[in-house]
Design a binder for this molecule. Structure first.
Ligand code: C5P
Length: 220
């Protein structure tokens, strides 16, 4: 497979989960493996693009000819993306934590009998990386992901419009054969005319190459 649809283009991709610290030994995160984002980075590089991959903590090798920037939290991920701008295309495949603890305790939190059996952790909203970059004057062509367990197409379309995206890739994470942490995926891409294009179940590498060809075609 070698097509050079993206020669001369800078593609910025976010991937993996973010980790939001509670104290020096604990954090909040999610089940994202980073596989889909890394597969997209590899496919974009194969298509001739200069690729910057901003990744949360994952256990994956860096694809050839891809510049990888490792980050931990959502705020780190936003800062790394802003530093990597401008880009022509942004593909946000990261599963960014929506909330983080309001304060990160400087010391390991102790069980406190005075609080009884419960414990309250105050959370605050994280910045939306994709929506923030989609609002910039140098806005790239913006592609998001919507991982949902129900009402997939309805929620995905709403996100496309709310975040001002060009395309959204909808992913049914209730199906254990695809999505989070699995080797295969099946997705639907929705555009601003609400037209849906389906990509049937296949390896994440195969889906990524099809998606990059589709995205490059729409970008042009
Ligand atoms: O709202 P939700 O998290 O489902 O949005 C999914 C899309 O938005 C994904 O493309 C994800 O990478 C991106 N996102 C982001 N920053 C956030 C939350 C989501 O870039 N804080």
């Amino acid at each position: 497979f070698e097509n050079l649809l993206l020669t001369g283009r800078h593609v910025l991709i976010t991937a993996g989960p973010t980790q939001e610290n509670i104290d020096p030994v604990r954090y909040i995160t999610n089940h994202s493996s980073g596989k889909m984002g890394f597969a997209l980075a590899e496919a974009a590089a194969e298509a001739g693009a200069r690729v910057t991959l901003v990744s949360g903590p994952v256990h994956l090798p860096t694809p050839d000819r891809v510049e990888r920037i490792d980050v931990v939290s959502a705020r780190d991920m936003l800062a790394a993306c802003e530093a990597a701008m401008p880009c022509d295309l942004l593909i946000a495949a990261a599963a960014v934590a929506d909330y983080r603890p309001e304060v990160v305790a400087p010391h390991k939190l102790k069980k406190n009998p005075a609080n009884g059996e419960g414990m309250l952790l105050q959370l605050v909203r994280n910045p939306d990386i994709l929506a923030t970059l989609a609002k910039r004057p140098d806005r790239p062509f913006c592609v998001g992901f919507a991982a949902e367990t129900d009402n997939l197409l309805e929620y995905a379309t709403r996100k496309l419009l709310d975040k001002n995206l060009d395309l959204i890739i909808a992913n049914d994470v209730a199906n254990p054969n695809i999505g989070f942490n699995s080797e295969e995926n099946a997705v639907s891409v929705i555009d601003r005319q609400r037209h849906e294009t389906r990509f049937d179940q296949a390896s994440k590498g195969h889906i990524a190459r099809q998606l990059i060809a589709f995205i490059a075609d729409r970008y042009q």
